[in-house]
Design a protein around this ligand. Structure first.
Ligand code: BES
Ligand code: MN
Ligand code: ZN
Length: 489
């Protein structure tokens, strides 16, 4: 059990195995610690961002260790830097095999105490995340986990406000951790039915409505894309509908997540190199479920519907093939140029399904195109949509959450590029503007204010910043939550 608590205390009185204190670049440590910190500050520790110095015992402090952590320039200290600093501190405490640590909470210039505490709690808990369930340990001594992380606030600050922020931060992190767990889980475990089971668990714990369509239900509902992609899969497809009713009669926000539990490409099979990463092709669905976990634990007074089309994409004798033509529920026909452009087919079904809610807004997220990685690398999700205000709202939510996204255009020319020869549209627009032709495809099915996040470059990868280890990042769980929280205010 990992706990985060805020406590009002004078620094010299904090009794902890490790007291971490931020120091701005070229500034001094807080007055009480000036003597203890002096040798480090007159030496090679400057307070530069990302640096730290560990000191042992000083006469006038009760804590056993003092960790000076660089915060960088005071004026450019941001909530996101605070998340990373808190993660660095928590991980350092863990690597020292400590059970407890304290961190003097620094407040960025344009943040209040509550949001600072939230960011610190988010950063610390996300930083400590690891996916270890398949490590057998081979008789090694069990890993020591950090059990308690204390946020020390100054005498002039309100402890309750800080605790409120810390609790919210932990909830945000729990949702993101759930998304990371689901996405890191390999496809031999994380099948469509496994995701449905996790959704049932969320529904039960938070009193949400859940509907899971199996293969027969998917066909009966006319979800052409999902039943076609899922036809050749031994692990049956599922269409997951999770409804949080906290907003009375108000129109809901619908969040949609692509959950291809393994994308081999199908008959248009992918090359071997890196194919193992396609277990992450359900990261959108994972983030949507993660967001619902947080929506539930925060008891948001909103109506939120999560739609997760889940399937494998595998070749077999009965698999769909290039050249096939699908008739979608709306009557629109789609010519398959490549079975590897499967995500947009199952997302189209979900967008058509969303229409019945007369939604206030729909946000879909999907590891949709390699082209988006070419465009933005791993530093931002691709952001597209049919409503400028909604696009701006999602971008701001992502920026606040420390999960960047960047707008890409959906000019009519991209729609032109996916005009079909024998059918209305085709599922690939060729090499040029691949992220945008995918977005243009989805736009054909979005009959409401809608935004699409292409998370191919951001949902998983090599080790990122201090709070994103290698593997699943949980992006865009906290963007979705932040967006929804913003709709409450
Ligand atoms: N799941 C992939 C996209 C992807 C690639 C995500 C790499 C993360 C990392 C998607 O289903 C896909 O295969 N897209 C194709 C579309 C193309 C065939 C039109 C792509 O991007 O190559
Ligand atoms: Mn694919
Ligand atoms: Zn895919």
């Amino acid at each position: 059990m990992f706990e985060i608590q805020a406590r009002q205390a004078a620094l010299e009185e904090v009794v902890s195995p490790l007291l971490a204190v931020g120091v701005y670049k070229d500034e001094n440590a807080p007055q009480t610690l000036a003597d203890a910190a002096a040798p480090a500050l007159s030496g090679d520790f400057t307070g530069a961002s990302g640096t730290s110095a560990l000191l042992y015992t000083a006469d006038n402090i009760a804590s056993e260790r003092l960790l000076l952590v660089g915060l960088g320039d005071r004026a450019s200290f941001t909530p996101e830097k605070l998340r990373r600093t808190a993660a660095t501190v928590a991980k350092r405490a863990r690597s020292l095999k400590l059970r407890e640590a304290s961190f003097l909470l620094p407040t960025p210039p344009d943040a209040d105490l509550e949001s600072a505490a939230q960011c610190a709690a988010e950063g610390a808990s996300l930083g400590l995340y690891r996916f270890t369930r398949y490590k057998s340990g081979n008789g090694e001594t069990p890993r020591q986990e950090l059990e308690s992380f204390e946020l020390v606030v100054e005498a002039s600050s309100d402890e309750d406000t800080a605790n409120r922020g810390a609790r919210t931060g932990v909830r945000y992190a729990e949702g993101a951790a759930l998304a990371r767990d689901l996405a890191n889980e390999p496809s031999n475990t994380a099948t469509p039915e496994y995701l449905a089971d996790k959704a049932r668990d969320i529904a039960e714990r938070h009193g949400m409505e859940i509907t899971v369509l199996d293969r027969a239900g998917i066909e009966a509902e006319g979800l052409t894309g999902l039943s076609t992609v899922g036809r050749s899969a031994a692990n049956e497809p599922r269409f997951i509908v999770l409804e949080h009713r906290g907003g009375g009669e108000a129109a809901p926000v619908v969040i949609v997540g692509k959950a291809v539990t393994f994308d081999s490409g199908g008959i248009s099979i992918k090359p071997t190199g890196g194919m193992e990463d396609m277990k992450f092709d359900m990261s959108g669905g994972a983030a949507v479920l993660g967001a619902m976990e947080t929506v539930g634990s925060l008891e948001l007074p909103l109506n939120v519907v999560a739609l997760v089309p889940a399937t494998e994409n595998l070749p077999a004798g009965d698999a769909f093939k290039p050249g096939d033509i699908l008739t979608m529920q709306s009557g629109k026909t789609v010519e398959i140029l490549t079975t590897d452009a499967e995500g947009r087919l199952i997302l189209a079904d979900a967008l058509l399904y969303a229409k019945r809610y007369d939604p206030a807004a729909v946000i879909d997220c999907a590891t949709l195109t390699g082209a988006c990685i070419v465009a933005l690398g791993n530093h931002a999700s691709g952001l597209m949509g049919n409503d400028e205000d909604l696009i701006a709202e999602v971008q701001t939510a992502g920026e606040t959450a420390g999960e960047r996204s960047w707008p890409l255009p959906l000019f009519d020319e991209y729609t032109e590029q996916i005009k079909g020869d024998t059918a209305d549209i085709k599922n690939s627009g060729g090499r040029g503007g691949g992220a945008l032709t995918a977005g243009a495809f989805l736009k054909e099915f979005a009959d409401f204010p809608w935004v699409h996040l292409d998370i191919a470059g951001t949902a998983f990868g090599k080790k990122g910043n201090a709070y994103t280890p290698k593997g699943a990042t949980g992006v865009p769980t906290r963007t979705l939550v932040e967006f929804l929280v913003g709709r409450v205010r």
